[in-house]
Design a protein around this ligand. Structure first.
Ligand code: 13P
Length: 253
């Protein structure tokens, strides 16, 4: 089954407005020059830059997403941002359950599922992140941990056009240590089988599973060539126009 690749940039807590504007505008110019790109592209800047970035990519095929959302629509939650606010601004995606949120904000699978559920209710596509730590991998628990996180975090009503999954091994994030294509494919194949079991053949085979963790222009081609790797969630290499664009261009024809 041919799934269109999704190349998503997670800017994390980087960029002031001038850098963010230039980065988004540079990518929008590349996208427009490319005409019909053979991949989808999304960028997820920090909240304060969303309006600037949305304006910079307006009229291009680049989608914009938030990096997190609250599970509730509104209320007394100082410092939080709702999925409805992101949708209202013009976002199409929101990342939920990134390992940095799981670690630094103690988010559980249930928290992440509630956030993903809110994203769906607001009309956003959640990019639901899962991934094992190095200790879990070394203990031989990789598949079990990812299976548990997958089923615990995936929202009810998941369909292929509404939800994206990102497998991000924690030990590969920001470390320069990428999963080998075979290591990544092994986990992606397990996720695919679980999705088919849960959603049926059609939806399970159509849902996109991204890889994230030290993906860069040098290793993207091999990763993106794997059967069940349907794109990337990119941190460091998403912060430079040429790196991110070159990486995306490694999407197979
Ligand atoms: P790096 O690409 O910097 O390793 O980050 C990956 C990531 O966490 C994307 O969400």
């Amino acid at each position: 089954m041919a799934r269109r690749k999704l190349i998503a940039g997670n800017w994390k807590m980087n960029c002031l407005s001038a850098d963010g504007q230039a980065l988004a505008a540079g990518l929008a110019a590349k996208m427009k020059a490319a005409g019909a790109a053979r991949f989808d592209m999304a960028i997820c800047p920090p909240f304060p830059l969303l309006s600037t970035v949305l304006a910079a990519v307006a009229g291009s095929a680049i989608a914009v997403g938030g990096q997190d959302c609250h599970a509730k629509e509104k209320g007394a939650f100082t410092g939080d941002t709702s999925a409805w606010m992101l949708k209202d601004l013009g976002c199409a995606y929101v990342i939920v359950g990134h390992s940095e949120r799981r670690t630094y904000h103690k988010e559980s699978d249930a928290d992440i599922k509630a956030k993903a559920q809110a994203a769906l209710a607001a009309g956003l596509k959640p990019i639901v992140c899962i991934g094992e730590t190095l200790e879990e991998r070394d203990a031989g628990q990789t598949l079990e941990v990812n299976r548990r996180q997958l089923h615990g975090s995936l929202p009810d009503g998941t369909t292929a056009d509404k939800v994206v999954i990102a497998y991000e091994p924690v030990w590969a994030i920001g470390t320069g240590r990428t999963a080998t294509p075979a290591q990544a494919q092994e986990v992606h194949a397990m996720i695919r089988a679980e999705l088919v079991g849960r959603l049926g053949d059609g939806e399970g085979n159509a849902l996109r599973i991204l890889y994230g963790g030290s993906m860069n222009p040098g290793n993207a081609a091999e990763l993106l060539a794997q059967t069940d790797i349907d794109g990337g969630l990119i941190g460091g290499a998403a912060l430079k126009v040429d790196d991110f664009w070159t990486l995306a261009e490694h999407s197979p024809r």
